[in-house]
Design a protein around this ligand. Structure first.
Ligand SMILES: C[S@@+](CC[C@H](N)C(=O)[O-])C[C@H]1O[C@@H](n2cnc3c(N)ncnc32)[C@H](O)[C@@H]1O
Length: 274
């Protein structure tokens, strides 16, 4: 494919979504956009890209951007971060917030919802301690179609088996007429699914006690990563609040406003003391 066409598309993608790709990813671009090109009446991916780079932003552009994002996720992904939340972070937060009795959690690249629902399942185990509290999980993503899956909370047997055992499936899901698994109304009620582009203005958000931003910043360039992490710093409620990245991600900076706190096999980031 014409390299300047590919580069023009990569630049469009990066400036609108943050996802940073280069010419070495031609196979990925083709694989993800070819089906969308055909469905939308283009003879091939090249003609589709020519149209995208030559026209003003439209819903078709956003479909292409969405197709370029990796939505891979599963329940209790990596396991130990969720152990850390259950055993350390939540007990600490429950003690720290006993006067306000309020917990705000943000899952900032929630994809199809398995990550926020994993959190909601853990919170269920604290229902005695949290009785009478206001507990909210905000689940955001750039992809409306991924968020819609989360909102419905309907997953295939394959999806539920990725990360959940039979006891959890029996406890938190009902089987639908078509044989799929729907997450309980109670778990759905604690999560608000909302579209949010991390590299654009965020609108009004509350302060959070826990922010998960996992397996998305790896796709961004340094400038976008720093922009997002700086803004997230301002969204953390106080020094007791934590930010969690994916297991292969970390914050590199000489003058970081975050401090890294190791907890067992994992770690979280907190506001550095002033
Ligand atoms: C690999 S998934 C991560 C899902 C989940 N956090 C996990 O670790 O299992 C990455 C998600 O980031 C979303 N994403 C990519 N760019 C984004 C942006 N600029 N703003 C918000 N979400 C974005 C994608 O749509 C995708 O659903």
């Amino acid at each position: 494919m014409n390299p300047s066409l590919l580069l023009a598309f990569c630049s469009l993608l990066e400036s609108n979504v943050g996802i940073s790709l280069d010419l070495s990813k031609e196979y990925l671009i083709r694989a993800r956009l070819e089906p969308l090109a055909r469905v939308n009446g283009f003879v091939d991916c090249e003609k589709f890209l020519e149209n995208l780079v030559a026209t003003a932003l439209s819903p078709l552009h956003w479909k292409a951007f969405e197709a370029m994002a990796t939505h891979e996720t599963f329940f209790f992904r990596d396991d130990y971060p969720f152990g850390m939340i259950r055993e350390t972070l939540l007990p600490e937060l429950i003690a720290a917030r006993k006067d306000t009795r309020r917990l705000n959690i943000w899952c900032a690249a929630a994809s199809t919802g398995q990550e926020p629902y994993s959190l909601a399942m853990i919170l269920e185990d604290f229902h005695t301690e949290l009785r009478g509290w206001s507990v909210n999980i905000l689940a955001t993503d750039i992809s409306d179609s991924a968020l819609e899956v989360g909102r419905k909370g309907i997953y295939s047997a394959l999806d539920t088996n990725r990360g959940l055992n039979k006891k959890q499936i029996d406890r938190f899901f009902t089987v639908t007429a078509s044989g799929a698994y729907q997450i309980s109304r109670q778990l759905r009620s604690v999560i608000e699914f909302r579209t949010l582009n991390l590299i654009n203005a965020w609108g009004l958000l509350p302060k959070f006690d826990l922010i998960l931003i996992r397996n998305v910043l790896i796709y961004f360039n340094r400038e976008h990563r720093d922009l997002v992490l700086n803004k997230m710093h301002a969204q953390l409620a106080d020094e007791k609040s934590s930010l969690m990245l994916g297991s292969s991600e970390s914050i590199f900076s000489e003058t970081t406003q975050y401090q890294n706190l190791r907890i067992g096999r994992g770690s979280v980031y907190r506001k550095s003391p002033r």
